[in-house]
Every structure is written in structure tokens, then in C-alpha cells.
Design a protein around this ligand. Structure first.
Ligand code: ATP
Ligand code: MG
Length: 564
């Protein structure tokens, strides 16, 4: 990378370029109409956020529309719980479908009519091969497929069988409806793809009305067409399916949107596949879909991420056709930029160590003024009590400190933020030899945390008055898998279990400043020197706050950017 130009290049988005071109040539009569088409078979993850920001984003940017469409054609895996969560997540990300929330299942009757029309045109047939035989007849990438012996059924016979499939006369798997295209096509997708299958299963919306369900490839293009979509944007795995998308709509002579494929988001450290995420939930590896360690949108929300930071991230990664791996640190970088500007700074001690000021009057209490934000006076300030008995962070003290230790150690002097200089004069240990208390002397002439004799200290510690502090729980997170998303891609349960990070959740019992006793669930802050946190939306209680660490303060990505 060149060091001369450090300005980040504008993220490229080839979809936008296409849309701008289409607007210039008036291809769609000035319309831009996209859709976000999740299957309600799980919660949305950060990869879906990329698709949401793209589809809703271009609609917003070019005065168009974006539909939310549930692609609910598989009754076995789908559920209203997922429908509700998807709507909540899209809204939380800051997008709105303006009343255009559709369901593929609402089109089942129209899709059925399209299938009948294909049969009448001699372009679809009922096949009675077993699933296994259908696979064997399909051939491979190197070998052409073979025609099914049922391929030349008459239109009448096909219509009769298809109606009886609908009526529920046959068991699952007895027949399927297939498009009659070309068993020798170099594109395997085009080798007489299945359009309908028998499923004696209740659907979460249509109940028992249907015994046959349309396949994704058939449903998707038709739904796009019914809704007047212009740009049907999907991920690269569907590239080969575009030919079928086009075939169906051309065969039926219907309104024909154009499909475009982009590279799905892959990110270091996380697994982005609903199928695998479901496993983590079902096997109890995590505490539900919104466990803060999950890369789901609701997991990020519970962890304290902001919708703004996720939208910023999606903007920065751009949209391209080549697969790549995005650094998780970029998402955290976007988050810190957002939180740095607006999170109030407050005091919390995660791993408390008693600090006693031996020369401070036993019954005295003072108050010191703390601003909520160092660069934003408008955020105001509050007073924090100070007394002889304090808590500091255990990690801020070392008995045998190395040379460049600027925090507290025997004989060393540090600043207690906005309060006084203190010097460690004694260390108290328990029977096991663990330090349980440090005893210090303070210098009354350093009130406010400044010395007027020019004496300097290198370290500034955060602290809390032990007499006033409120007990709080802190939950710190690491990635779920030791080896990141890649190794977790194994489907072998043993290997997956072995790659689990035993430290992915650490719970600490510490203290926060008095004003946070009743922190509102979802309230975000920065605990000085320890990171950004959010009051957990499920676990926090009045008087007993529980804080999730959203992210630490150190921005490894900013360093990467500097290095160039
Ligand atoms: P998964 O592979 O996690 O199960 P999916 O593609 O099956 O995801 P859908 O509900 O079908 O999930 O996806 C809805 C939309 O989100 C689709 O248009 C899909 O292409 C897009 N999408 C899914 N995963 C990603 C990703 N990682 N990056 C970008 N877009 C994605
Ligand atoms: Mg899918």
C-alpha cells in the first residue's frame, strides 16, 4: 500500500454504478425497486446487515423503494419468531419498508398458476423418480445428465398428477414437478430443476392449505416479478441460478427484473451461517440468539453496538463481486468512532482492590467534579464522593513492578483521577499471599489531582469510594472460537467443540459509581480506562446493574491504518 495517499479511498459499490447507469438510460422508467428477501429460518447476522444496507440503502439514495419479503417456502424450518425478529432487526438498523412487507407464501396461489401455465406450455412435467435417482440422473459438472423416463408424460397426465399432488393424494417424495429445460446443459442448475415438491407439513402462515411447496428458484423470480422489482440483488452463490431466473420469467412472458450478484460478507473471528448459528443456540453453546458473543444483529445490539456503527461499517466495506475476508477490527473501529463521540465517561472498577488512605480523616467525605466527556462540555458533569476507603483496579497495582510500570507499586506515587496524589506505603496480604489491600498516604496539597510544586506522576488511576460504590456485574467477551470463523466451519461436532474458546465469557463482580445503580437497560457508557459498556437488556435490575463490555478502548485497526 502506498504511504503517500493516506486518505481512505471511497468505498466502491458496483451496484450503485449500475443503478446510476440505468437511471441515465431510463431502463426502468426512472424506478429503483429492490427487496430484502430473508428466509425466516433463523435470526439475521452481520452478513445480512450488508444486504439490508445495500438494498434499503440504494432505494433511499435513489428515491426508490425496498420491500421486505419473507421467502417462506420451507414450512419445516420456518417460524413466526424469526419473522418478528427480522422485522425488529431491520427497523433497529434504521430502515423501513413503508408498509411493503410481503410473504412468498402470500403468492402460493399465483405461483401454482404459473406452474400450471408451464405444464400447459409443455415446459414442466411431473417426475416420479426418487430423490436419489433424480440426483443420479442429473450428472456432474463433467458429465451431462440423462432424461428421466417420466420426462415425456403428456400435458394432460402432468396436469392430472400435479392437481392430485396439490390435493394431497401422494406421500412426500412420491413426485416432484420439474422444469423441462435441458439435461445436458453445462449449467447443472438448468438440468430440469425441481419447481415443486410434496410436503405434508403445516406452514406458519398458510396452515394446512398446501401439500406442495414451490422451490426457492421458482418462487424467487416470480415474487420479484409480481412486486415489480427492478434490481434483484443477491449473493454470488446464486450466479448460476440467474440463468434459471431468466428462463422462468421468459418462459412465462412475465415482467422481468434483472438479477445481480455481489460477494457475501465474510469476517474474521465469526461464523456467518444461520445453519451453524442455529446449532450454537440449540446445543446451548450460547445463551440464545442474542447472546453478545453471537454475530447476529440482536447479539451485537445486546453487546451495545449502535446501528450507526453497523451502517458505517457496511458503507466502508463496499460492494464488490470478489470474495474477501473483512477484519472484525474494522467493525470495532467504526463502533469506537461512534461511541467515542457520544458515550458518557463514568467510573467502574471491574476487579476491585481495596485502597486505604491512612492519613485521610476517618469520618471525612469530599466530592470531586467529573465531566461526562472530556471534549464535550455540553454533556455536563457530576460529583463523585471521596473518602478514606477506596477501590482501585487490581490490575493497576503490582507488588514487584518492572521498570516502566507507571501505575501503583510499593513506594510509587500516582494520581487518583481528579482527586489527589497518593503514594503506596504498605501492602496487606491474606494467608495465601494474595494482596488484599494497599495502604497509601495522600498529599493534601494535590487536591483536584494536580501538584503545584511541579512534581509529576506518570500514572492516573480511576477509583471509587468503597463506602458509596454500587456492586455491579461486568461481562467481558472474546470470540466464541479460538481459531476464528474459519476453523469453526467444520461440521464435525468434536472439532467444533475443541475449537471453542473457554474464555469467551468472563463475568466479574465489581463496582460502579453511585449514579449508575439504576442504569437503564440498553444505556451505553465508557468506563474510564476499561472500555465501552452497555447495561444488559435482560440481566440488569434496579440497584443491581449488569454491564456488557461492547469493546475495549484500544483500536488495533486505527494502528493498521497508520502503518499503511
Ligand atoms: P445463511 O447462509 O447465513 O443461512 P442465507 O443466505 O441462507 O444465509 P437468507 O435469509 O436467504 O439467508 O438471506 C437473505 C438475504 O441476505 C439474501 O439476499 C442473502 O444473499 C443475504 N445474505 C446472507 N448472508 C449474507 C452475507 N454473509 N453477506 C451478504 N449478504 C448475505
Ligand atoms: Mg438462504
Amino acid at each position: 500500500m502506498s504511504t503517500e495517499n493516506t486518505a481512505p479511498a471511497a468505498p466502491s459499490n458496483f451496484i450503485k454504478a449500475i443503478i446510476e447507469d440505468d437511471l441515465k438510460t431510463d431502463k426502468w422508467g426512472g424506478r429503483v425497486h429492490t427487496r430484502f428477501p430473508p428466509e425466516p429460518n433463523g435470526y439475521l447476522h452481520i452478513g445480512h446487515a450488508k444486504s439490508i444496507c445495500l438494498n434499503f440503502g440504494v432505494a433511499r439514495d435513489y428515491g426508490g423503494k425496498c420491500n421486505l419479503r419473507f421467502d417462506d417456502t420451507n414450512p419445516l424450518k420456518e417460524d413466526v419468531e424469526y419473522v418478528d425478529s427480522i422485522q425488529e432487526d431491520v427497523r433497529w438498523l434504521g430502515f423501513d419498508w413503508d408498509g411493503r412487507c410481503f410473504y412468498a407464501s402470500d403468492y402460493f396461489e399465483r405461483i401454482f398458476e404459473c406452474a400450471v401455465a408451464l405444464i400447459r406450455k409443455g415446459l414442466a412435467y411431473v417426475d416420479s423418480l426418487s430423490a436419489e435417482d433424480i440426483r443420479a440422473y442429473r450428472g456432474t459438472l463433467k458429465e451431462p445428465g440423462r432424461n428421466s423416463p417420466y420426462r415425456d408424460r403428456s400435458i394432460e397426465e402432468n396436469l392430472d398428477l400435479f392437481m392430485r399432488m396439490r390435493a394431497g393424494e401422494f406421500p412426500d417424495g412420491a413426485h416432484v414437478l420439474r422444469a423441462k429445460i435441458d439435461m445436458k446443459s453445462p449449467n447443472v442448475v438448468m438440468r430440469d430443476p425441481t419447481l415443486y415438491r410434496i410436503r405434508h407439513a403445516a406452514h406458519h402462515r398458510t396452515g394446512d392449505a398446501w401439500r406442495i411447496y414451490p422451490m426457492y428458484d421458482f418462487t424467487h423470480c416470480l415474487s420479484d416479478s409480481f412486486e415489480g422489482i427492478t434490481h434483484s440483488i443477491c449473493t454470488l452463490e446464486f450466479e448460476n441460478n440467474r440463468e434459471l431466473y431468466d428462463w422462468v420469467l421468459d418462459a412465462l412472458g412475465m415482467y422481468h427484473p434483472r438479477q445481480y450478484e455481489f460477494a457475501r460478507l465474510n469476517m474474521t473471528g465469526v461464523v456467518l451461517s444461520k445453519r451453524k448459528l442455529i446449532k450454537l443456540v440449540e446445543e446451548g453453546v450460547v445463551d440464545g440468539w442474542d447472546d453478545p458473543r453471537m454475530p447476529t444483529i440482536c447479539g451485537f445490539r445486546r453487546k451495545g453496538f449502535t446501528p450507526e456503527s453497523i451502517r458505517d461499517f457496511c458503507e466502508r466495506i463496499g460492494v464488490a463481486r470478489s470474495n474477501n475476508l473483512v477484519d472484525y477490527a474494522l467493525l470495532e473501529h467504526c463502533l469506537r468512532e461512534d461511541l467515542n463521540a457520544r458515550a458518557p465517561r463514568v467510573m467502574g472498577v471491574l476487579k476491585p482492590l481495596k485502597l486505604t488512605i491512612v492519613n485521610y480523616p476517618e469520618d471525612q467525605t469530599e466530592e470531586f467534579e467529573f465531566p461526562f466527556h472530556p471534549e464535550n462540555e455540553a454533556m455536563g458533569s457530576r460529583k463523585l464522593p471521596f473518602c478514606r476507603d477506596l477501590y482501585i483496579e487490581r490490575t493497576d497495582f503490582l507488588e514487584n513492578a518492572p521498570k516502566k510500570w507507571f501505575r501503583l507499586a510499593p513506594g510509587m506515587e500516582v494520581r487518583l483521577r481528579y482527586a489527589y496524589y497518593v503514594r503506596c506505603v504498605e501492602v496487606v496480604k491474606d494467608a495465601s499471599g494474595e494482596v488484599v489491600e494497599v495502604r497509601c498516604e495522600y498529599d493534601p496539597a494535590t487536591k483536584g489531582g494536580w501538584s503545584n510544586d511541579g512534581r509529576k506522576v506518570k500514572g492516573t488511576l480511576h477509583w471509587l469510594s468503597a463506602r458509596h460504590a454500587v456492586p455491579a456485574e461486568f461481562r467481558l467477551f472474546e470470540h466464541l472460537f479460538l481459531t476464528g470463523g474459519a476453523a469453526a466451519n467444520v461440521d464435525d461436532p468434536e472439532a467444533a467443540a475443541a475449537s471453542l474458546n473457554p474464555n469467551s465469557l468472563e463475568t466479574l463482580r465489581g463496582f460502579v459509581e453511585p449514579g449508575l445503580a439504576d442504569a437503564e437497560p440498553g444505556w451505553r457508557c465508557q468506563f474510564e480506562r476499561t472500555g465501552y459498556f452497555v447495561a444488559d437488556t435482560k440481566l440488569t435490575r434496579p440497584g443491581a446493574p449488569v454491564f456488557n463490555r461492547t469493546t475495549g478502548l484500544r483500536d488495533s485497526f486505527a494502528k493498521e491504518l497508520q502503518k499503511g
